[in-house]
Design a protein around this ligand. Structure first.
Ligand code: 13P
Length: 263
């Protein structure tokens, strides 16, 4: 049976905890009848505990973090460590998002965070993606170097706790030119798997989920999952409205049913 994983990245939203709890409740309701889909809500750190309480122990819908500090516990004012996130019930941590990279996060900074996340027993959602898509394929080199630096010291045995998120920067946010196409994503996903086969071997490279993120909407979610063969989706703006995210869940369920029938 095909399992579809959706990650909602709320970014710095919503403004208040009460809105976050209401939104989380709406998501939980949307998953009541889901058979194929599960969801991780990547909420701002201050909301993690309360949103986790709203979601309860559901395996279908759980909390995720949007980033982590590159340090262990100690004298690091303002830092949030991977162990702290784990103790709140977080299972997945997004790392290397382009919005963090734009604020100075380097490939080396991503690598250290990946190390901390894996050491704490959590799953890494590693974001990679180019700023611009050139016609000579130079963008593939950017993706390769982001991947290889971030995963430099990761042991093969840890590959089961890796998710790679392809998020082309030009496709993200309100100012995006457009989303990528399912065919465009598919090509890049094949390339990402080829790069992953270097450090992790061909078998793991095929099983590490490669997801798409960048202007995912209820209208295009189904085609990224079916034609694009995306393992999962990372959803930004469209995850800030319970109704639109519920429609994405419905699309995922439709793809799940179709994939099961055609096997
Ligand atoms: P949008 O879906 O708002 O384009 O955001 C994508 C994203 O950055 C998800 O992490």
């Amino acid at each position: 049976m095909r399992k579809i994983h959706l990650i909602a990245n709320w970014k710095a939203n919503p403004k208040e905890l009460s809105d976050a709890k209401r939104l989380a409740l709406g998501f939980k309701g949307g998953l009541m009848k889901a058979r194929f889909t599960d969801v991780a809500l990547a909420v701002p750190h201050p909301f993690l505990f309360s949103v986790g309480e709203v979601l309860g122990k559901s395996e279908r819908c759980r909390i995720a973090a949007q980033d982590v500090s590159p340090v262990n516990e100690g004298a690091h004012t303002g830092s949030v460590t991977a162990s702290m996130l784990k103790s709140l019930g977080v299972r997945e941590v997004i790392v290397g998002h382009s919005e963090r990279r734009a604020q100075g996060l380097t490939d080396e900074g991503v690598r250290i965070r990946v190390e901390k996340i894996l050491k704490s027993g959590l799953t890494v959602v590693l974001c990679v993606g180019e700023r611009e898509r050139d016609t000579h394929g130079a963008y593939l080199k950017t993706i390769e170097s982001q991947l290889l630096t971030a995963l430099k010291n990761v042991q093969k045995s840890k590959s089961g706790r890796l998710i790679v998120a392809y998020e082309p920067v030009w496709a993200i946010g309100e100012d995006a030119q457009s989303a990528d196409t399912p065919a465009g994503f598919r090509e890049v996903a094949i390339y990402i798997r080829k790069v992953l086969s270097g450090p992790f071997g061909p078998q793991a490279a095929l099983t590490i989920p490669v997801l798409y993120g960048g202007s995912v909407t209820p209208e295009n979610a189904g085609t990224f999952l079916s034609e694009g063969h995306a393992s999962c989706l990372l959803v930004g703006r469209a995850s800030l409205l319970a109704t639109s995210f519920r429609s994405i869940i419905e699309e995922a369920e439709r793809v799940g049913v179709t994939s099961t029938r055609t096997r």
